[in-house]
Design a protein around this ligand. Structure first.
Ligand SMILES: [Zn+2]
Length: 306
């Protein structure tokens, strides 16, 4: 893309920023118009794209007029278009489902009756339904955000924290309304949130959340101190964190209330191994809950808390 000639032909260097900006917009306008003409139709998406490019250029040219920056924005624009493959994937998914079952989506839209609720990490490598080959409608899922991904969510690493209204609401809805009988906490080896909790580095606000995993370390300090290999210690903390979060599920009044009514709600702790693809059941013993039950038990009469 040529950027040497000024749109206004202004020789004054003080005006180069403005003229380069106008020139950049003009070139893009021309290219977009040509592209749109070639398609013989202007879609809403094209108009939005045009407007986004202009906004990007306006911001960048106010800071600098280097040719490199214009190219940078063009590459960003190309990257931004990557999201379109998600729609392609969706259309392909719909087609394959309808091919084998024309009523698939109509039937699924009527209601859901999942048998499991899973609390997992938002890590993109740990999609619960794909890892378990389950279909839409089978697992009710709550995934906590990992602290260092681009999605700015509240939490970290499959935590069940009693002040997290989101997680608590998911458990309540799943157990009380959907009548789910299996509550699963699934962590994974190599979890960035757990790793960060083992360090002393300052991360800002997120440290307040990571402290929940530090508390897990404190509860199992002696065992962890006895492990000299750092990667083994990391793996063990992942497991211990899952166990503690599963116990946190047991501590909720929602689960205790279900138990008091004789409902068979099972609480599970699983760990996914990124390197092998295998999910391991930690087989959390009922005794672990009974050991702490005297502290956390909520007495419930006639379906209400005392
Ligand atoms: Zn994670």
């Amino acid at each position: 893309m040529s950027h040497t000639s000024s749109y206004l032909g202004d020789e004054d260097s003080d005006h180069h920023e403005d003229s380069d900006f106008i020139s950049g917009v003009k070139i893009l306008d021309t290219e977009i118009t040509e592209a749109l003409d070639a398609q013989l139709s202007i879609t809403e998406e094209d108009l939005i794209k045009n407007s986004i490019i202009k906004r990007s250029l306006s911001t960048s040219f106010k800071k600098s007029t280097s040719i490199g920056e214009v190219d940078d924005f063009r590459s960003i624009e190309k990257d931004d278009n990557n999201y379109k493959k998600l729609f392609d994937g969706n259309r392909s998914f719909v087609a394959s489902k309808l091919q084998s079952d024309p009523e698939y989506f109509m039937r699924l839209s009527k209601s859901q009756s999942p048998k499991y609720v899973l609390i997992g990490c938002a890590d993109s490598r740990v999609p619960p339904d794909q890892l378990t080959q389950t279909e839409p409608g089978e697992i009710f899922i709550h995934r906590n955000g990992k602290y260092n991904v681009s999605v700015l969510t509240l939490s970290v690493a499959n935590l069940v924290v009693n002040t997290d209204l989101n997680c608590m609401s998911v458990i309540q809805y799943a157990v009380e309304v959907l009548k789910v009988k299996h509550v699963i906490v699934m962590g994974h080896y190599g979890c960035g949130g757990v790793k960060a909790s083992m360090e002393k580095k300052y991360h800002g606000l997120i440290d307040n959340w990571l402290r929940n995993i530090k508390d897990v370390q404190r509860l199992h300090w002696q065992e962890l101190q006895n492990i000299t290999n750092e990667s083994e210690k990391f793996r063990r903390l992942v497991e211990l964190n899952v166990k503690e979060q599963a116990l946190n599920v047991c501590k909720t009044a929602v689960v205790q209330k279900a138990w008091s009514k004789g409902e068979n709600v099972h609480v599970h702790g699983w760990v996914y191994d990124l390197e092998s693809g295998i999910i391991k059941d930690l087989e959390i013993e009922q005794t672990e809950w009974f050991n702490i039950k005297p502290i956390y038990e909520v007495e419930i009469t006639h379906g209400k808390r005392k």
